[in-house]
Design a binder for this molecule. Structure first.
Ligand SMILES: Nc1ncnc2c1ncn2[C@@H]1O[C@H](COP(=O)(O)OP(=O)(O)OP(=O)(O)O)[C@@H](O)[C@H]1O
Ligand SMILES: [Mg+2]
Length: 238
């Protein structure tokens, strides 16, 4: 197990009912690093993130986060330790305004970790600042995705799991997302980014894992991956 990793997963196994979905998932994410989890539809990306955050029970393996075992803990306990999660489906409170949604996410600052202020988040997501008093129901899908990320950052996490944040977003929103992920990285956060789209992700990522049928098939630098036609064509829809 890498000592430098903030989040380390070893040989994760997970089932939905009788169906084994994850059979061999090991990955590491370090502080200030963006690790990609790439894979086709149904490969097990979302299940991996849900297992890490405790939403899907682990049938085997172990997860170490900030030096502590977190496997077996409840999702709220894992979140309290500083693991943030942005699911595929945007979970905002549509009756609340943008600024109220941010307040809902507020958690105490953690020792040695960046503490985000609303002001900083509005700087990071300028379009949210312009609509701070607007009910979230009156935002586009991309804006809601930004708000979900900003609300997660209000919890002052050490590591953020982002599940396909660019999916279905307009290019201009994707650019803003890339800028936000780069800023998280420069603040020393560890980011695990699930994606199908290598073109979006290669701009921000340091390392990549390719998952296929619930197993990690490749781990390496993004440039190595770009040059490896056989791995790409076997595992990714490009
Ligand atoms: N709640 C569930 N119950 C049973 N099977 C599920 C459930 N959620 C996902 N699966 C199955 O588990 C496998 C992995 O799904 P998962 O959502 O992790 O894939 P993914 O890589 O995130 O795909 P996508 O790119 O479409 O989001 C798929 O075969 C899927 O059909
Ligand atoms: Mg998914």
């Amino acid at each position: 197990m890498s000592m430098a990793a903030m989040l380390s997963a070893r040989r994760l196994i997970a089932y939905y009912g009788q169906a084994q979905i994850l059979s061999d998932v090991s990955l590491d994410v370090a502080s200030g690093e963006v690790a990609l989890l790439l894979g086709r539809n149904g490969a097990g990306k979302s299940t991996t993130l849900k297992t890490l955050i405790g939403l899907v029970p682990m049938a085997g393996g172990e997860v170490v986060f900030r030096g502590e075992r977190i496997d077996g803990l409840r999702p709220y306990q894992i979140a309290q330790r500083g693991l943030g999660y942005v699911p595929e489906d945007r979970r905002i409170f549509t009756d609340l305004t943008v600024s109220e949604n941010l307040e809902v996410g507020r958690q105490p600052a953690r020792k040695g970790l960046p503490a985000w202020t609303v002001k900083q988040l509005y700087k990071l997501f300028p379009n949210l600042a312009e609509m701070s008093a607007r009910p979230a129901s009156q935002m586009s899908g991309g804006e809601q995705q930004m708000l979900t990320i900003a609300r997660t950052l209000m919890g002052n996490p050490a590591c953020v799991l982002l599940d396909e944040p660019s999916e279905g977003l307009a290019p201009v929103i994707v650019d803003a997302m890339v800028a936000a992920i780069k800023e998280m990285k420069s603040q020393g956060l560890a980011v695990l980014l699930s994606e199908q789209n290598l073109h979006f992700a290669e701009d921000v990522a340091d390392r990549a894992y390719i998952i296929e049928k619930g197993s990690i098939r490749f781990c390496g630098g993004v440039s190595e991956l770009r040059d490896n036609d056989s791995v790409r064509s076997a595992c990714l829809a490009l």
